[in-house]
Ligand binder design. Structure first.
Ligand code: ADP
Ligand code: ZN
Length: 623
């Protein structure tokens, strides 16, 4: 990627303080959450662990100290796309930032190293392997260092879901440069992972800054999976026809099929998985970052460290195997704080498949138990009839009240007593086994319940069982729904080694004896399909924005068109020039001069100087 042309570097006055920098350079009126506290602590030379949800504003926590402390701030980041975009964004702001990673040719790398040695850079982004190499260490020895920022710090944890061995070696920073402050940042870490980050990367006395994990602008939704792909298509068409989004699927095959299916229906959908050639993957990534309305269909490997702020939805066609994974993947939606959706289709096959992956996996027993309990927590979230956000946050140790912005809050499902049906199902499993000395899979059990006269029923004589036909009043779909909940709660087991036959468990007896009652979640009757932004609830939802009228919308589109042209010219993603939120604010406020323009959040001095005239001209033309 070409580096964006460097504007006149910002010169810091002697009186520079964090708030002034935020306002002058970034054009934001004030700090969010704990940003100021983190910045003060780092400027004062302390170590810090920063936990903030995606989109919370972690970058400013080290970017501003990098400007205020003398010397070079080194930022360690695992993903190349993220680095490129952050550096491009900093240069758009007029800051002295550069990167060193495998994408640079030798001459450019030498030039960056020279600049670093001469003290001409404030921020240097480095891939961990680049930093750990002998040449990287030598370079740092020759520079005056302001601080180390270690992004995606949870990658240091061997137990985590993103372990990267190079991250473990970053311990050396503390040994070699004990006097240089370090900040470790992440959006996802349970308590043991937090401890591990501090222990490996930071001073034992490091301060922790833990923000709420809540992402109020994300609406969580889980739908009954019937035909997942058709449901996905409908969801995108109805609610996000011209938005960027990410669709996650478990296998490479289904990634390619789903992308092809969406593309065949006229959507700009692209596949992304580790089996595609590297250059194709890179091309798809650039299109996703740079263009509007691209839907990326990907395996979960995609997305970490991708900074795109205007992803309007994340859709899961397969259930993630833990709440951490779900939270991280859905967290890639709505980093800009505008309304976004996390949508998941979930069915019996998901439960069965995830259990099978764990049981047949190669991990040792202790690890399998841990994976199972993580999966159970995820299943409980998917099956929940109460507020999903309350459960999600509780998993990370936070208490909260029902949110009003998840499916269960917006359309509370009915909760019906299904104990009798569960008894019918379990006793059918029991009787089939007793009569035939073998176990049977779900399809056959449901046939017996519904009294269907199939070859298999005849062959085993199951039409003579007392439970034959006792469930004829319920549809096959209803029985599968009940079965899914029983499997999720370990009241029935699916034997993956033997044709997925169903078996009773210890706990099944409690249901059969009537000492344990079973509730069944029944989806609320389908309300009139709500378009995003038009649904009554959406207007009240946190992060909701006023709808633009036709006149303002026309200006907004004109501004987006102008932004695309600038982004192409500079070889940077559109949002690096201006985020949607800033363009919306301009369309609404219609500034008449540079001073009014400068008052809009996201327009700092450098962007006013570079783009102000062009923006005012556009506003004038559309007046
Ligand atoms: P994170 O790395 O925590 O996911 P970022 O640092 O990328 O989040 O910030 C997310 C978005 O919020 C960016 O567009 C950033 O410019 C914006 N932002 C951060 N801090 C503020 C602030 N104090 N006021 C307004 N916008 C902010
Ligand atoms: Zn809720």
């Amino acid at each position: 990627m070409p580096q964006s042309p460097s504007p006149t570097p910002v010169t810091l006055g002697a009186a520079a303080d964090p708030l002034r920098l935020l306002q002058d350079i970034w054009g934001y009126p004030g700090f969010r959450g704990q940003q100021q506290a983190v910045i003060d602590h780092l400027v004062g030379g302390g170590d810090a662990l920063v936990l903030m949800p995606t989109g919370g504003g972690k970058s400013l926590c080290f970017q501003i100290p990098a400007l205020l402390r003398p010397g070079l701030a080194v930022v360690v980041s695992p993903l190349i796309a993220l680095m490129q975009d952050q550096v491009a964004a900093l240069r758009e702001l007029g800051l002295r930032a550069a990167l060193l990673n495998s994408t640079l040719d030798a001459a450019s790398a030498r030039q960056v190293q020279e600049q670093a040695r001469r003290g001409e850079l404030d921020l240097l982004y480095m891939a961990p392997e680049r930093l750990l190499a002998e040449s990287g260490m030598r370079l740092l020895e020759q520079c005056r260092l302001a601080l180390f920022a270690i992004d995606e710090a949870h990658c240091v944890s061997q137990w985590g879901h993103d372990f990267r061995p190079e991250y473990g070696q970053l311990e050396i920073l503390r040994e070699r440069w004990p006097q240089v402050p370090r900040v470790a940042l992440t959006a996802t870490a349970d308590i043991p992972t937090r401890d591990e980050i501090v222990q490996r990367l930071l001073d034992p006395g490091a301060r922790s800054f833990v923000s709420s994990f809540d992402r109020p602008n994300i609406r969580y939704r889980v739908v009954e999976k019937r035909d997942g792909r058709a449901q996905l298509l409908q969801f995108i068409r109805d609610e996000h026809p011209s938005d960027c989004g990410v669709v996650y699927a478990l296998s490479r095959n289904s990634v390619e099929e789903v992308a092809a299916m969406l593309a065949a229906h006229g959507l700009k959908a692209l596949p992304y998985h580790a089996g595609l050639p590297a250059d194709l993957r890179q091309r798809h990534l650039r299109r996703f970052l740079d263009e509007d309305a691209v839907v990326m269909v990907a395996t979960i490997a995609f997305g970490m460290g991708i900074d795109k702020p205007d992803v309007r939805f994340v859709a899961h066609l397969d259930m993630p195997r833990s709440i951490e994974g779900y939270f991280q993947e859905t967290g890639r939606a709505g980093r800009d704080g505008l309304p976004a959706q996390a949508w998941m289709a979930y069915g019996l096959a998901d439960v069965v498949q995830q259990r099978r992956l764990i049981e047949l996996g190669e991990a040792d027993e202790a690890h399998k138990r841990l994976s199972s309990s993580k999966l159970d927590a995820m299943l409980a979230l998917a099956e929940a009839a109460d507020c999903r956000r309350v459960r999600l946050l509780a998993y990370f140790g936070e208490q909260s009240a029902p949110c009003g912005n998840c499916d269960n809050c917006l359309q509370p499902p009915q909760w019906v007593d299904a104990t009798q049906q569960a008894q019918k199902l379990l006793s059918t499993v029991y009787r089939c086994r007793q009569a035939s000395s073998s176990s049977f899979a779900a399809a056959h059990i449901i046939d017996v319940l519904r009294g269907r006269d199939t070859d298999k029923v005849r062959r085993f004589g199951h039409h003579r069982l007392s439970t034959f036909g006792i469930g004829a009043d319920c549809s096959e779909q209803d029985w599968r729904l009940l079965l899914r909940q029983l499997v999720a709660q370990h009241l029935v087991e699916v034997d993956h080694l033997h044709f997925n036959v169903l078996r009773l468990t210890e706990a099944s007896r409690e249901v059969l004896r009537g000492t344990r009652r079973i509730g069944l979640r029944k989806a609320a009757p389908k309300a009139a399909r709500a378009r995003r932004g038009h649904a009554p609830a959406a207007a009240a939802a946190p992060g909701a924005q006023p709808e633009l009228g036709a006149h303002d919308a026309a200006l907004f589109e004109a501004l987006r068109g102008w932004r695309s042209a600038i982004a192409r010219e500079h070889g940077v993603p559109a949002y690096v020039v201006f985020p949607d939120a800033t363009l919306r604010a301009i369309a609404l406020a219609r500034p008449r001069d540079l001073q009014q323009l400068r008052g809009i959040s996201g327009v700092g001095d450098s962007k006013r100087d570079r783009y102000g005239e062009a923006l005012l001209r556009l506003v004038g033309e559309q007046g």
